[in-house]
Design a protein around this ligand. Structure first.
Ligand code: FDP
Length: 313
């Protein structure tokens, strides 16, 4: 491992690192193509038009010019990668079929620019990606072969897992991703919490759970962006993020395929947990592209505690 002479393990770039992972060349290629696409997305975020596009996505939400552009950047790269069968994006109405031959191929579900309501106030946003072997996208998240997010903050970081632990890479001055953290691990319980959704629409059980966290002395650390909020919990190795069922939206807000599954995959790989309050997020069988679910994600003991509150404990 980390064989390049004269370099520490933390100077290794993403491609060299992936080549040492004993995975198919196609998967290495795919992960690197997504990383390449993110360089154009960050360029768009930094300098692009912050206005609306005049269109809406499959949830009826107004799209920003940046949402549309980021989606095009990602899709183009995936289509031309030569290793992708089907593509689903939070910004597209339907599955985009690149080929019907599953041999050696992967399918990708992604949210090209999550947290886009934060771009006009210059807060951190990100891209979230889930990767499946073959052409089927509507599968439980546990079937994923890889998951990744790219965080566009003061620095650009890329966090990925292919089921062999969680790694963080950070973009350097040459726009290369070099390893900055390996073997990322969650502690059993933490001291920060990030509660999404309108508090006055929390159900009684969720309100009791959040009060429990507050009484325990957990500190509120919430940015309003799913990627930076999860990144905080994962990189600090402690804490819990929740976006629960609300009284008017029993499935919460966040999307299973594009947001929850990739983050749950990364969290479990780091020894944490992610549930909808009843079962692991990764065991939910998706029925539609736009499926949503409540989420409790972070330290194992804190997520278990949420389950106890929700199930009358
Ligand atoms: P956004 O609407 O800005 O794109 O799912 C998208 C998301 O942001 C997440 O990034 C964030 O965690 C959540 O929605 C914030 O939801 P609220 O609109 O309820 O604050």
């Amino acid at each position: 491992m980390y064989s390049e002479p004269g370099k520490t393990k933390f100077q290794i770039d993403l491609r060299a690192h992936l080549r040492e992972q004993n995975i198919s060349g196609n998967l290495v290629h795919l992960l690197c193509e997504i990383a390449e696409a993110s360089k154009y997305v960050i360029n768009a975020v930094r300098t692009g038009d912050l206005g609306v596009a005049g269109t809406s996505n499959l949830y009826g939400e107004e799209q920003l010019a940046l949402d549309v552009l980021s989606d095009r950047i990602m899709r183009k790269r995936l289509v031309h990668s030569g290793v992708v069968c089907n593509i689903a994006s939070e910004e597209m109405e339907e599955i985009y079929q690149v080929t019907s031959n599953p041999l050696g191929m992967f399918s990708v579900a992604y949210d090209p620019l999550d947290g886009s309501s934060l771009v006009d106030v210059n807060l951190a946003v990100g891209t979230i990606v889930g990767i499946y072997q073959g052409c089927e996208l509507l599968q439980p998240g546990r079937k994923m072969v890889g998951a990744m997010y790219i965080l566009y903050g003061p620095r650009v970081s890329l966090v990925y897992s292919i089921g062999k632990g969680v790694y963080e890479f950070t973009m350097n001055q040459l726009m290369e991703f070099t390893l900055t953290r390996d073997n990322i691990q969650m502690k059993p319980s933490g001291d920060i919490y990030a509660p999404g959704g309108l508090r006055n629409k929390y159900t009684a059980e969720n309100e009791r759970f959040v009060r429990y966290l507050e009484d325990k002395g957990l500190k509120l650390r919430y940015s309003g962006g799913f990627v930076p909020d999860i990144n905080q919990v994962l990189m600090k190795g402690k804490g819990i993020f929740i976006y629960p069922a609300l009284t008017d939206t029993p499935n919460g807000k966040l999307r299973l395929l594009f947001e929850l599954n990739p983050m749950a995959f990364l969290m479990e790989q780091a020894g944490g947990a992610a549930t909808n309050g009843r079962i692991p997020i990764l065991d939910i069988v998706p029925e539609s592209l736009d499926q949503r679910a409540p989420i409790y994600i972070g330290c194992r003991e804190d997520v278990e505690k949420a389950g106890e509150f929700l199930n009358g404990g």
